[in-house]
Write a protein that binds this ligand. Structure first.
Ligand code: WT7
Length: 660
């Protein structure tokens, strides 16, 4: 972990050189903070009170069963079906309320009310059941941002069948791995998806994946782009034909609070993605509560827009489950923010009168780069609250978001969390928490987070350390699907003291606290990169690179990038017969894109004769990070051959100019 320590120091250095603007935190109101106190006084009573937000068929016997820590059971003994909280309960009074204003990239629109969504979900649940899907069976989804995506997730939930959503930008291989890992029986996909004026051929990619994922017996295909796609008789079915053949009513399958709601894969420090497991009662309680408190959505006339793709946890929690459980009206947009022009986002805000917007710092920086004139064309006065998530937000982007997008009127809520936490963990409460640009502020009521040193002791204000969560919370992951050992090793081993009954969750992030106790996120301290808010494993990219016949060895690092947060640099040595040139660099980038997906494409490829290694043969990634960041190179004494470094430094400079 000394590598991680050095990463933290480098990140702190960066922050000291670019301190946030001073005195800008006085606009938000400082409230009484009663909710924090109430939660602290009796945290289980607090969560029990929050769970009352849901519809339960049977009340729980115990709020938290922590007897098998770190395996938690929240609301143990409780019975429910999450779709009754998200849909059925709204029907008596609000069947006509809009659940989603959906907008396709080409400009086509649909209005989906709670009533029509309920009917669609029931029809589809009937169709899936007729194909043999039963409680506990896994269903994989590989779709674009169409209304059928949330409908399919909810149809699975209605049957108690865990969904496994795979982001539509992933490759055939990445999709096959995830389907196989989860053992999904059914796949729901689309013929294609619209993205930046192009059709993304989802069905073709799915077909390629299915040749390597034999567990799938049926495929449902949503017609979206209208292209001709081959349909395999007996296996492939058109979604619309199945759905229209079934009645719009189906009773919800009663589930245990701890039955699996979904599995979502995320990248870790090995090449194999982890299937993060979330369950019904605790997850829905947690996302519903945090959504209501942080986005302040008690007003039913809010129009809320979470721009995240549903293929990621942000979309699961804050574009589907939480807003529906809270009866919110959301906007769902299919495509790219630059299509047909760079004002698409602001045009959307104006046309729907969006009050609450939740997006990623990368998107904010991109819009900032495109320029204020795109905003000036539109009336953004409906906006009331602005949220961000996914990566550290630099104070400059934070200020632009607040002052230009929000005209200085709207609180900005920077929310820190992860796939593993299910929902927001560190975030301000608008009107209660004083905000500071660049800080996610404080752990939410009922959540206990800390910054600790290598020995697990809290660090002093201003010092950097590891971000940990010291008490269980209802939205916490329940495990890594099929790998208890990895679950324990990844999250719990490092800082827990089981013999003292002390369980501490390690996030993989570095952070510091200031003298007010505010948290400042510093980025990952493990071998995980964060590119445009997407989490990518260095090892996954490395194994994609060495899969190419020309590559002998590869080492991948993230370097800071003003727009995407981090960008990927790949250091590569070649097999002796191959010539290093720009064409090969391009080919390697394309190869990674094919193997994983475009989000993992390295932005630069640096060819080297040798990679710097320790005497025990380990690649010195820290050194490569320093080289790619153009930092002063530290101690080189542990290197086996110090000569290779100078050569790489030169090539990195040249390579960056050529490919950056
Ligand atoms: C990683 C989690 C859950 C949101 C979408 C990403 C980084 C997330 C922030 C923030 C600084 C952040 C962390 C975290 N991250 N939010 N507000 N400030 N960093 O979910 O794919 O599981 O990635 O995103 O590094 O560990 P994810």
């Amino acid at each position: 972990m000394s590598d991680a320590r050095q990463t933290i120091e480098a990140l702190l250095d960066e922050q000291r050189r670019f301190p946030p603007p001073d005195g800008l935190n006085r606009r938000a109101v400082v409230g009484s903070g009663d909710v924090y106190r109430e939660a602290r006084a009796d945290v289980l009573a607090w969560w029990a009170k929050q769970a009352e937000r849901l519809v339960w068929r049977r009340r729980w016997d115990e709020v938290l069963d922590w007897s098998r820590a770190p395996f938690a059971r929240w609301f143990a003994g409780g019975r429910l079906n999450v779709t009754e909280s998200c849909l059925d309960r709204h029907l008596p009074e609000h069947a006509d309320r809009v659940a989603y204003y959906w907008e396709g990239e080409p400009g086509d629109r649909k209005i989906i009310t709670y009533g029509s969504l309920h009917a669609e979900v029931c029809r589809l649940a009937n169709a899936l059941a007729a194909l043999g899907v039963q409680k506990g069976d896994r269903v994989a989804l590989y779709m674009g941002m169409v209304p059928e995506l949330p409908a399919t997730m909810l149809a699975c939930a209605r049957l108690g069948a865990p969904h496994v959503v795979v982001f539509g930008g992933f490759s055939a291989e990445a999709l096959a791995d995830r389907i196989a890992d989860a053992g999904a029986k059914v796949l729901v996909t689309c013929d294609g998806a619209w993205r930046a004026g192009q059709v993304v051929p989802l069905k073709a990619t799915a077909d390629e994946a299915l040749s390597r994922a034999p567990s799938v017996r049926h495929v449902l295909v949503v017609r979206r782009t209208g292209g001709d796609v081959p349909m395999l008789p007996g296996r492939d079915h058109y979604y619309d034909e199945l759905v229209s053949a079934h009645p719009p009513w189906r009773p919800a399958t009663e589930c245990d609070a701890e039955d699996v709601l979904f599995i979502l894969h995320t990248s870790g420090t090995t090449a194999k993605p982890k299937g993060i497991v979330h369950t019904c009662g605790g997850y829905l309680t947690y996302v519903t509560t945090t959504h209501s408190m942080v986005f302040d959505v008690h007003e039913k006339d809010d129009i809320y827009w979470c721009t995240a793709d549903i293929g990621w946890i942000t979309g699961h929690s804050y574009a589907v489950y939480a807003p529906l459980a809270n009866g919110t009206t959301s906007v769902l947009y299919e495509g790219a923010p630059s299509h047909p022009d760079k004002d698409r986002v602001w045009d959307t805000v104006e046309r729907y009168g969006i009050t609450t917007m939740y997006t990623a710092p990368s998107e904010i920086r991109t819009c900032m780069k495109w320029g204020d004139s795109y905003l000036a064309r539109h009336d953004l006065s409906s906006l009331r609250l602005l949220g961000t998530v996914g990566e550290p937000i630099n104070p400059e982007a934070w200020m632009w978001y607040r002052d230009i997008v929000g005209s200085g009127r709207c609180p900005v809520v920077d929310t820190w969390w992860q796939t593993e936490t299910g929902g927001l963990v560190i975030a301000p409460l608008p009107g209660v928490t004083t905000t500071k640009p660049g800080s996610a502020t404080l752990p939410l009521p009922g959540v206990a987070a800390d910054v600790v040193d290598g020995q697990g002791r809290s660090v002093a204000p201003g010092e950097g350390g590891y971000l940990v969560i010291t008490e269980p919370w209802p939205g916490m992951l329940r495990g890594i699907d099929g790998d208890e050992e990895r679950f324990f090793e990844t999250y719990w081993r490092r800082f827990s003291r089981p013999e003292e009954g002390r369980w501490v969750f390690f996030s993989g992030d570095g952070a510091k606290r200031d003298s007010d106790g505010y948290f400042w996120l510093l980025g990952r301290v493990d071998d995980v990169m964060c590119v445009s808010g997407h989490r990518i494993s260095t090892l996954e990219v490395e194994s994609a690179l060495v899969d190419h016949p020309a590559v002998a060895e590869a080492a991948v690092v993230g370097r800071s990038d003003p727009e995407t947060g981090q960008a990927i640099t790949a250091f590569v040595t070649l097999r002796s017969v191959v010539e290093a040139d720009d064409d090969l660099a391009e080919e390697l980038r394309a190869h990674v894109s094919r193997k994983i997906g475009a989000i993992a494409r390295p932005s630069s490829v640096v060819f080297a004769d040798e990679l710097p290694k320790t005497r025990s043969g380990e690649i010195m990634r820290r050194l490569l990070r320093d080289i790619s960041e153009r930092r002063e190179l530290g101690d080189l004494t542990t290197l086996a051959d110090a000569g290779v470094v100078q050569d790489i430094v030169e090539r990195a400079k040249a390579g960056r100019a050529a490919t950056g």
